[in-house]
Design a protein around this ligand. Structure first.
Ligand code: LLP
Length: 425
């Protein structure tokens, strides 16, 4: 459930009209709902009671410091994949011990930084990384808390590009290699072994592959314990799908929690989860305005002021994002294509979408854009990054400014030789 709804024909975010935000801030702009973020976090936490897990929000889904701050205040940790994300989580008030540092390509500098700030868990994905982590810990004279991310040889997810658990992906240590590596971690004086981590994909709508993956993790953890190695923590990743529209809803957090409790019944451990999309997707929208209508014999094209550089998911994953007019329309619908101004055909949000008729100048909201929206934006076609706005009750605030093209160009310069050398004949 989210807090974007029509009131007397006007689309609101909590107590604020989105049209008022579009007028004040301009379009395109991302808008997030505090109440929705908090509610989703609460629903997940309630579902997982009494496991009382660490819920480490996946910062990659939405890295805005104001968003992270809302979740941190409610007790969330942070799942991070770069020094930049760790810095954002810390700046938002996430305590270091609630930060998990994951990712397949952590550099030595990033590992060192994570040890320095005292993150709670570093998920190691390869033997080489373990060696580097030991070196970092030893140089600093500070032990590093480590979990092994295993690849359970089963993937899942809404698109091939976001399934991570399959045996042929770049992620994690195979189940066969994990015991020797875990033993090595346990025997090293510079490491504090915590346990295992797993994550098999994103936008998962079927619990069956999760059950298999979790069963394999439990079996591995039991083998390790039988061999005398401590496995106190299990980090079960993120991945549970969010409802986008026009498709069957993914399993609920309570169905997912029931699965976890069933698979790990009688297995005493401290659990962690890394949900991103589930918390943030339906807590955000991307406001846009129609620039113009291009008549076509087959169906008209609506050119919007938002583009693939602002919200890349349709171009990248063929993702569906509902577009709701800010002013509710009568029943008249039409079938159109929705595109942005970027100069490539891939800048298409939808082909053959049937929706209420929108006229040039009218504003609308791409729904379910709070996760993997602003974070994946680029400045392609010299389009500035768009602002982000946070709503709380009847208030709203710009929590990231629109970057001007001058600010962007201000970071570029001609090389020193540009004006000195004569132009070749
Ligand atoms: N933990 C790990 C180790 C991950 O790799 C991910 C997502 C998550 C947690 C959070 O997954 P979530 O709960 O959000 O599904 N850009 C893509 C999604 C990429 C997800 C990558 N990893 C999209 O827009 O669909």
């Amino acid at each position: 459930m989210h807090h974007f709804a029509y009131r007397d024909g006007v689309l609101f975010c909590e107590e604020v009209s989105l049209a008022a935000i579009a007028d004040a801030v301009g379009t395109p702009a991302y808008v997030y709902s505090t109440a929705t973020l908090r509610r989703h976090f609460q629903v997940f936490r309630d579902a997982m009671a009494p496991l009382d897990p660490l819920i480490a929000f996946a910062v990659k889904a939405n890295a805005n410091i104001a968003v992270l701050h809302v979740l941190a205040q409610d007790g969330a940790g942070a799942d991070t994949v770069s020094a930049g994300e760790i810095k954002r989580a810390l700046a938002a008030g996430v305590p270091p011990e609630k930060i998990i540092f994951a990712g397949v390509g952590k550099t030595r500098a990033e590992l060192g930084f994570a040890v320095d700030v005292g993150v709670g868990q570093i998920n190691v994905e390869s033997p080489g990384e373990l060696v580097e982590l030991i070196a970092c810990a030893q140089t600093r004279g500070r032990k590093a808390p480590v979990a092994l991310r295993v690849n359970p040889a089963i993937g899942a997810g809404g698109h091939d590009k976001i399934a991570t658990g399959g045996g042929d992906t770049k992620f994690g240590i195979s189940l066969a290699d994990a015991p020797a590596l875990y033993q090595a971690a346990c025997q090293n004086p510079w490491l504090v072994p915590r346990g295992l981590a797993v994550h098999i994909g994103s936008q998962i709508k079927d619990l069956a592959p999760l059950r298999t993956a979790f069963q394999r993790v439990r079996a591995l953890a039991e083998t390790l314990r039988a061999d005398g190695w401590p496995v106190r923590h299990l980090d079960l990743g993120g991945g549970l799908g969010a409802p986008y529209f026009d498709e069957p809803d993914p399993p609920s957090p309570s169905a997912y929690a029931a699965l976890v409790k069933d698979v790990f019944a009688g297995f005493d451990a401290a659990f962690a989860f890394e949900p991103g999309r589930l918390i943030a997707a339906n807590a955000g929208v991307l406001l846009t305005r129609v620039i113009r209508r291009q008549p076509r014999p087959e169906r008209d094209i609506l050119v919007l002021d938002a583009a693939m550089n602002d919200l890349v998911r349709p171009a990248m994953y063929e993702a569906y994002h509902d577009l709701k007019p800010l002013q509710e329309k009568d029943a008249a619908v039409e079938t159109i294509d929705l595109v942005g101004p970027v100069c490539e055909t891939g800048d298409t949000f939808a082909k053959g979408r049937t929706m209420p008729r929108l006229e040039p100048g009218e504003a609308a909201a791409f729904m379910t854009a709070g996760a993997y929206g602003a974070v994946m934006a680029s400045t392609y076609n010299a389009r500035p990054l768009v602002p982000e706005v946070l709503v709380s009750g009847d208030r709203f605030a710009i929590v990231r400014d629109r970057l001007s093209i001058e600010e962007q160009m201000g970071r570029e310069r001609l090389p020193p030789w540009a004006n000195a050398e004569p132009t070749p004949p």
